[in-house]
Write a protein that binds this ligand. Sequence first.
Ligand SMILES: C[S@@+](CC[C@H](N)C(=O)[O-])C[C@H]1O[C@@H](n2cnc3c(N)ncnc32)[C@H](O)[C@@H]1O
Length: 470
Amino acid sequence: MGRGRNFCNQFVSTQEIAAEILTEVDVGEELISVKEATKKVINSLYKDLPMLKDVKVRGSIHAYVIESLKRRNTIDFVIELCLKGKSIDELNPFLRNVLRIGVYEMLYHNVHPALATDSTVRIAKKLGYGAASLVNAVMRKAESVDIQKELKKLNPIKKMAIELHHPEWYVKMALRLVGKDAVELMQSNLKDVTYVRVNEIKASVESVRRYLEKHCELSETILPYVFKVEEWDKHPSILEWHEEGKYVVQDLASAIAAHVLSPEPGDFVLDLAAAPGIKTSQLAMLMENRGRIVAVDNSRSRLERMIAKMRQLGVEVVECRLGDGASFKVEEKADKVLLDPPCSTTGAVRKYPCIKWRFNMEKFKSTISLQRKMVENALRAGNSVLYSTCSITFEENEGNMVLFEDCIEKIRCREVNRWRSYGIKKFGRIRFKKWRSVARFWPHIHDCCGFFVALLNSENSKNYDLKNVK
Ligand SMILES: C[S@@+](CC[C@H](N)C(=O)[O-])C[C@H]1O[C@@H](n2cnc3c(N)ncnc32)[C@H](O)[C@@H]1O
């Protein structure tokens, strides 16, 4: 970690570990995920801490990290009001994350202000007297901040951003996409929703339902093999059958994407951005583990994890290949191609709240350019292509599909069509004629991640003009 602290022999609280993880997310390797940061912090600082063997303790640390990250801008807003003109970025990174956890506890976790102050001051003391007294002063001031009064001083976009815990660029984008429903969309981004998809390679839908119902309250979804987990005393991800690969935790929207492609037993399927393989394993399940799937990804480490996952799920028809999905070639045309390329992940900020605070326009533009090249390659490699993203932006979805409009086929999936949730017809000056042929899912309407799916067929192509594909 290189931050020069070694508290191994002192008392460690869950709040302190959460603050360490937030610090790693903040200043560690570029774009490290919460999962990776947690692993790194625990392995480097708290490897032998007995309390971390308890899943409830780990769950509580994870909740502190995720829930405070979801509200980061509002928490920072309150802290900065108490810092006498100083920016939170000027503070020592660990100290600012201790404060973030303290303010989160006080404002959103129903912890009495005196207790939240006490626990944060205790952690800060390990950094010295100056740090402890600063934390004490900020926490005491934060307790009396009148947020509603402060919000009135802001312009409407900034006010919405702070009130709904999203960055200003997201507020503007949401307003352009869904108008006044933007409020609902952003509120629903704060929810925590779990879905499980039965892995019928290893267990029947009924047996998984009966097993999960011992620990969880389930409800049905539009897909017969996907359940929504309404309540639980043990989260599905820590149960034995999960370890045995009888089901996976997978968002409903993600499951719909593979379902729409609907491969058949014996098909040859190409997956051009496959890792960690959640959709690939669903394709194998729909193919009854018969046929062939070539799964490509350009990340060796993700492919390694995918190989282990396929073994755990009993998937036998997948060949994992390290390669570039924009140029990967197959010997014969695939029957079906899944293209679930890297995207801005703006539909999945519920699960990955860091996305909100890391948006980068340059990266966004280069991702769009890669997506277009990958669509082009997918159409060369197979006839029927399913394009999906967990992004809600127009640019990555209809904006890309406009270039391939001739190839777009209407989605004929009964389950999806029941929702009548179409694409966007017009955005700025761009018109998308095939908006009724594609589908969008929204967190505030369908209670799943924001998702886009389009089905393309290369045989429909009238030599589409790819001059604009940069
Ligand atoms: C949205 S994720 C895929 C998720 C996967 N389909 C699933 O359901 O588990 C996008 C993947 O694309 C990979 N990727 C990024 N650039 C790529 C490229 N040029 N070629 C192939 N894969 C790429 C990333 O490593 C990442 O694993």
